[in-house]
Design a protein around this ligand. Structure first.
Ligand code: BDP
Length: 342
């Protein structure tokens, strides 16, 4: 992250060595912010998506709610478009208190907390309705609560539709069509294993670098939902979108525990209330956005093809056993499956 942006967040750069010297284990960032807690005023948020994306709009909705309810004492400024860095980097910054809110996919949370893995399993959710039922149940709250020891307060869960494969080379109809393709995945070992299990080569790259990597031929494709495929302009270069719909992994809105601890009990209740209401707003915006994205693709040169999902599911199934190993994870998976209709 650029120093002037950190400064605007009230942060000064601290060297990695100083932090490590202080006994902290860091992975990605060389410089991390040392920030004053902001218990009131304009709270900050990060999102990898552009300013008009439903997740950004939902958090801004939350900010307006807080602003109105506190007579202007609290508000949220969302730094959209990945301007503060990749989700992995901004999560680290959030857990150290350099950002107040962060909206991320569950994928980067997989490497932080194993209890987030059940939501990222291929074909675990049978439909959007099933995913919503699960995240609205106690399971959603329990999984969010597992983030607290990592310095993150899980506030709510947003939709992310179904992820499908797209690429620059050919329509994917059967797993054989995946052979040898270099496919971008988010920073999650589960995604790497899942894509490699299909015979492709998984390449973990931050979301913000995918367009360029596709355009330069560094990768052949990626996988994502309709709205991301369109808003990140990946469809301009990857003209085959194959409806594998292998993941219905949702998104999480988290708050820095440092910032949370600085709030009064009343403000905490208000933040939770605002987050809950933002889910309703997000789903409304999301459903609209999916319809718009499909229309954009229908009017573009992209070839969309249906896929028989069973052979993909069968090859991906072993990753369930590879990544779901503890009784607590198994119990979450069982509860997810028990909420299926079919
Ligand atoms: C999108 C998610 C975003 C992720 C991105 C990805 O909304 O949070 O960063 O996928 O693939 O669907 O990295």
């Amino acid at each position: 992250m650029r120093d002037d942006r950190l400064a605007s967040l009230g942060c000064g750069p601290v060297s990695r060595r100083r932090l490590l010297g202080g006994g902290l284990a860091l992975s990605a960032a060389t410089f991390l912010p040392a920030c004053k807690p902001r218990m009131s005023g304009l709270l900050t948020g990060a999102d990898t998506h552009p300013a008009d994306y439903p997740t950004v709009k939902a958090v801004e909705f939350m900010g307006r709610y807080l602003f109105e309810r506190t007579g202007g004492r609290l508000g949220i400024k969302v730094y959209a478009g990945g301007q503060l860095g990749s989700e992995t980097d901004t999560l680290e910054i959030t857990s150290f208190g350099g950002l107040d809110f962060n909206r991320v996919n569950f994928a980067p949370l997989n490497s932080i907390e194993p209890m987030t893995l059940p939501f990222s399993l291929p074909f675990v959710f049978e439909s959007v309705a099933h995913m919503r039922r699960v995240v609205d149940s106690a399971v959603g709250d329990e999984v969010l609560a597992t983030l607290e020891p990592h310095g993150l307060i899980g506030l709510c869960i947003y939709d992310s539709g179904a992820r499908s494969f797209y690429n620059t080379r050919r329509a994917i109809r059967t797993p054989d069509d995946m052979a040898g393709l270099k496919l971008r995945v988010p920073a999650s070992d589960l995604y790497v294993a899942m894509v490699n299990a299909l015979g492709a080569n998984a390449v973990p790259i931050p979301f913000g670098e995918v367009y360029q990597s596709l355009a330069q031929g560094v990768i052949d494709g990626a996988e994502n939902n309709w709205p991301s495929f369109v808003s990140a302009r990946h469809y301009e270069v990857a003209t085959y979108y194959s409806l594998t719909e292998h993941l219905l992994t949702p998104e999480a809105l988290v708050m820095s525990k440092t910032s949370w601890d600085g709030l009064s009990p009343d403000d905490r209740r208000l933040v939770r209330e605002a987050a809950k209401l933002s889910v309703v707003e997000m789903r409304r915006l999301w459903d609209q956005r999916v319809t718009e994205a499909k229309a954009t693709i229908a009017a573009s040169p992209v070839a969309v093809n249906a896929v028989e999902k069973e052979p993909f599911a069968a090859l991906m199934r072993p990753v369930w056993d590879q990544f779901i190993t503890t009784p607590a994870q198994k119990s979450v998976v069982e509860r997810i499956l028990a909420m299926r209709e079919g």
